[in-house]
Design a binder for this molecule. Structure first.
Ligand code: SAM
Length: 228
């Protein structure tokens, strides 16, 4: 059985072939093929240990014909095979966006990206915006005390941002902000607390931290504007 987080991720995967990059145990691709959502899955892993776990799990479910564990960095595992959906889940936003940036050449025939950053979703949204991907939807959920964002994108021109609010919406999530779900409020209450803590440290340090303080004050203002 999948975690609540990965189950939610699975709901956004299209039929056909899926590539799960950084798949670890290959729980997600096994589920997607077993449940009939996908015909074929690639579980990509850069590390041997997790790759072995993936292979073991795939064999256990007798899916070696339909789920393939491949060793490789990021999207390199797609060198000779197209995927309809790419999933990158359970990593930080900066790592997810660097995997996309380094693997740009392998995105030509990909229809959908399902990205689940554990932190710093703004890096992921920023990369999508700069590279011709349009947000389709976003979800936020809480599991075992952690809050996770899921970002779904397809190719196209982005029209959800305006010039005067883009930076703020990339930070908060343009589909998440209007909903203001409990998990969303919890997440930003935590972040706001951290911003206050950093702000007070910087103030006490009396260093040349004026611009950092301004950046923090701006973010706190954004949260207050939204009643968060
Ligand atoms: N995707 C699974 C999930 O969401 O539960 C596993 C997440 S696990 C925390 C992150 C995995 O990504 C690790 O197994 C790690 O080896 C793998 N990984 C990290 N960088 C990678 C890269 N550049 N290419 C492929 N896999 C990578």
């Amino acid at each position: 059985t999948l975690s609540k987080r990965l189950h939610k991720v699975s709901e956004y995967v299209l039929g056909g072939t899926v590539a799960d990059i950084g798949s670890d145990h290959a729980h997600l691709p096994v589920y997607l093929v077993k449940s009939g959502v996908c015909e074929y899955a690639i579980a990509g892993e850069v590390n041997e240990g997790p790759l072995d776990s993936a292979k073991e799990n795939i064999s256990k479910h007798e899916l070696t014909c339909k789920v393939e564990a491949r060793l490789g960095n990021g999207l390199d595992v797609l060198a000779d095979r197209a995927a309809d959906t790419i999933v990158i889940a359970g990593m930080g936003g900066p790592l997810i966006s660097s995997i996309l940036e380094h693997g740009k050449d392998h995105l030509a025939f990909v229809t959908r990206l399902v990205l689940q950053p554990n932190v710093a979703g703004d890096h992921v949204r920023g990369w999508l915006y700069s590279n011709g991907w349009k947000l389709i939807t976003e979800t936020i959920l809480e599991e075992d005390g952690h809050i996770y964002e899921i970002i779904v994108a397809e190719k196209g021109e982005e029209s959800i941002y305006q010039d005067n609010n883009r930076e703020k919406l990339i930070w908060l999530g343009p589909y998440l902000l209007p909903e203001k779900e409990d998990a969303f409020k919890q997440k930003w209450a935590r972040e706001k607390k951290q911003l206050y803590a950093i702000q007070s440290n910087l103030q006490h340090a009396k260093s040349d931290s004026e611009s950092k303080l301004q950046a923090i004050a701006k973010k706190i203002t954004w949260l207050e504007e939204e009643g968060l």
